[in-house]
Design a binder for this molecule. Structure first.
Ligand code: ATP
Ligand code: MG
Length: 261
């Protein structure tokens, strides 16, 4: 049965999508069966996996509205196949922004995705969900399905402040909607060891959160930033780059953590 993880942080631009697509590719590379779900109307994880969000016949929106199953709406990407790191993709585009309104009168609307994933969970080792930069109904749908949350964060001054809101939301979801939910770990991303403040915040994180901080650190690396413009995760675009190597190490760390769960 698949282990399901949300990549979430309500702060924008912290590296959620980069983490989702590169972890998906890294896990595929080490032989795991992966479904990547884009739960953000921006559709960046869809585009970054080589699927054109403007040409989606069916998307996660149809799954939330129950007009399609995941088995019908999921796709594969030729680019990923060529790169030898293939994972399945449930795409998103701006249509998804309407889901919140469309589902407003629906019972148990926060559990729609959870029900849909249950029908395909046996086919995967990992399901990874890229959440939007908000604590909206979409993120709530993600948190309701997940066994764990991966929180990418930059080691900057305000990073810790935003974390409190996320931690409280996760506590509430755990208490009311999904007893399995836990923070699986905080992932330090875009890390630059030459910056003193980043080292200080990194140490603070470790002293506050202990082993909830992943050992792997993702460096700031231009190849990771260039890869999306080629419709590829960095792990596929330039596997030997420092950023890609870090995400492959992170995928291995995830596999080890799951075995211990
Ligand atoms: P949003 O909140 O808008 O969904 P996000 O949290 O998903 O954003 P990303 O889109 O992954 O964040 O990253 C934001 C920007 O930072 C992107 O341009 C991305 O290419 C770049 N980026 C992410 N990680 C790295 C890294 N390790 N090194 C260099 N650039 C990075
Ligand atoms: Mg994103």
């Amino acid at each position: 049965m698949a282990k399901i993880f949300c990549v979430a942080n309500q702060k924008g631009g912290v590296g959620k999508t980069t983490t989702t697509v590169n972890l998906a590719a890294g896990l595929a590379k080490v032989g795991q069966r992966v479904l990547m779900i884009d739960l953000d109307p921006q559709g960046n994880a869809t585009m970054g996996s080589g699927v054109d969000k403007r040409k989606l016949a069916m998307s996660v929106y149809d799954v939330l509205l129950e007009s399609a199953s995941i088995a019908e709406a999921r796709l594969q990407s030729d680019k990923l196949k060529e790169g030898g790191c293939s994972y399945d993709i449930l795409g998103a585009n701006r249509e998804l922004a309407g889901a919140e309104v469309d589902l407003v009168n629906v019972d148990r609307r926060e559990k729609r995705l959870r029900q849909a994933i249950a029908t395909v969970a046996g086919e995967y080792d990992f399901v990874l969900i890229d959440c939007p930069p908000s604590l909206s109904m979409l993120t709530l749908n993600g948190l309701c399905c997940a066994h764990g949350v991966i929180v990418p964060m930059q080691c900057e001054y305000f990073a810790l402040e935003g974390l409190t809101d996320l931690v409280n939301t996760i506590k509430q979801v755990k208490a009311n909607l999904n007893d399995d939910l836990q923070i699986i770990g905080l992932l330090r991303v875009m890390f630059d060891p030459r910056i003193t403040l980043q080292n200080q915040v990194s140490e603070q994180l470790k002293s506050h959160f202990g082993d909830k901080v992943f050992d792997t650190v993702i460096p700031r690396n231009v190849r990771l930033a260039e890869a999306p413009s080629y419709g590829l995760p960095g792990v596929v675009f330039d596997p030997s780059s420092k950023g890609a190597q870090a995400f492959i190490a992170f995928a291995q760390e995830m596999v080890t953590r799951i075995e211990a769960m």
